[in-house]
Design a protein. Structure first.
Length: 458
């Protein structure tokens, strides 16, 4: 079930179309070429205006859902939320690299708006791995997916094993050629249990939804476990049944430096979703159900206490969401103001705190905002990057959860001017947009409260 507004309307540019579909711009451009995504143009290449209509896109989505080749799978264990290393460390590196608080959000890069551009090549394993076996010095370090096979190599380029796939791949891909603009890669290689040997995590995107699982392979190609959530969840009067689609994977550092594996799965493109911590053998340790889309899991320390940050969207408020948990209490479900977004049969519990950040004018036309990054600076301040339809907004949360700072990106301002000239927006950039940065809401364990406003920087 999608919570996308049923009203018709124009989506201007690849970014808004991608936002509406929950994919990256490169993915929707490929969908137009390969699968007939209904996109319109005015003018000629180099100066053309690209747009689409929400109702046409929705009809196309309903008609072709079973043929989608790019459902979400993400493995932040590097540059959150799209990289291959610890999300907390990656977010802090990104913050430093981009000047601390102004991430460069170029038009056409991967956008997270409660959903993220997702890899388009995945595999389902069948049968046994083929020779050669890795030597004592061999470690999985690189991968290639082509035709019906996944091949894994060591750092010298020597092949370690090949796994035959259960279906043909529409495109070939490899760790050497995969670029950040392509979305998160379908394969993550990392030592998930700390034994000095790399495991290979593959997020399968088969045509059959029931086969969209997470596969964990040993260093020699044997299957350690296959994971996919089970069961039915009730949100309001709506029942969400299997299959649940594995969409994202995160590796964090837990207490004492231990590795922790988190898997995000969703019922559909937007709602609902679940994050589960798995032990190295694939057993579920804890799980949290969201009434939006989960885009980020990071483990850090805030104001002297260890926390897990779960970022994404909140469909109840059509806002960006950041939930804060004690590391071993990531359980329960998201609090809700409306019954339709409250889980009736999820495990007991929930986040200690939830912060909701508004969707601005351009974003509300085609979707909702989502948390792109969140990390702690100076030990007591959480920096939050919220992806909007046109650029980003930024917030700083203080040690007690108050809003210390708010900022609108230059990219948002530039796109706002363009949309105003096109007649899409009815006001110039200025005080109206500053006001739309608030209210920021905070769940204090009992209710949502508005946080005091602060001046907005540009």
């Amino acid at each position: 079930m999608s919570t996308t507004s049923p009203e018709t309307g124009r989506l201007n540019g690849w970014k808004e179309i991608a936002l509406h579909l929950g994919k990256g711009a490169r993915t929707v451009q490929r969908w137009e070429k390969l699968y007939g995504l209904p996109v319109h143009r005015i003018g000629r290449e180099g100066g053309e205006i690209v747009f689409a209509f929400r109702d046409e896109i929705d009809r196309w989505t309903a008609a072709t859902e079973g043929q989608f080749k790019g459902n979400g799978a993400e493995a932040p264990d590097g540059e959150p939320p799209d990289g291959e290393a610890t999300p907390d460390d990656g977010a802090r590196r990104a913050g430093r690299r981009l000047g601390g608080y102004r991430p460069a959000l170029a038009i056409g890069t991967t956008a997270v708006v409660g959903l993220v551009a997702l890899g388009w090549v995945f595999a389902r394993f069948s049968g046994s791995p083929t020779a050669p076996r890795p030597s004592a010095a061999g470690q999985p370090a690189a991968w290639r997916m082509a035709n019906e096979s996944l091949t894994v190599f060591d750092s010298s380029g020597a092949m370690l094993f090949e796994h035959r796939l259960g279906f043909a791949l529409p495109n070939s891909a490899s760790s050497d050629t995969w670029r950040a603009g392509d979305g998160p890669p379908p394969v993550l290689i990392n030592d998930i249990d700390g034994d000095g040997r790399n495991e290979v995590l593959v997020k399968a995107n088969a045509a059959e939804r029931a086969n969209r699982r997470l596969y964990c392979l040993e260093a020699d190609g044997r299957t350690r476990f296959v994971h996919q959530p089970t069961g039915t969840r009730l949100f309001g009067d709506d029942e969400y049944a299997e299959p649940w689609l594995v969409s994202r994977v995160f590796l964090t550092r837990g207490p004492g430096g231990s590795r922790r594996l988190w898997v995000v799965s969703t019922h559909n493109l937007w709602f609902p979703s679940v994050v589960q911590e798995l032990d190295p053998q694939g057993a579920v340790r804890q799980e949290y159900w969201s009434n939006g889309f989960i885009t980020l899991v990071a483990e850090t320390s805030w104001n002297g206490r260890p926390v897990v940050l779960v970022g994404g969207t909140n469909n109840d408020f059509r806002a960006a969401s950041l939930a804060v948990f004690p590391p071993d209490s990531v359980t329960g479900s998201a609090p809700a103001a409306r019954p339709a977004y409250a889980c009736r049969n999820c495990p007991a519990g929930g986040p200690g705190e939830v912060f909701l950040f508004p969707s601005l004018c351009a974003t509300r036309r085609s979707g909702q905002a989502g948390v792109l990054e969140a990390w702690v600076e100076h030990g007591d301040r959480i920096r939050v990057t919220v992806m909007q339809a046109s650029g980003a907004t930024y917030y700083t949360l203080g040690p007690e959860g108050s809003v210390l700072g708010a900022e609108i990106s230059r990219e948002f301002q530039a796109q706002h001017v363009l949309l105003e000239r096109q007649g899409v927006l009815d006001h110039p950039f200025g005080p109206i947009d500053d006001r739309e940065m608030f209210p920021v809401l905070r769940w204090d364990g009992r209710r949502f409260v508005e946080l005091p406003r602060v001046p907005v920087a540009h």
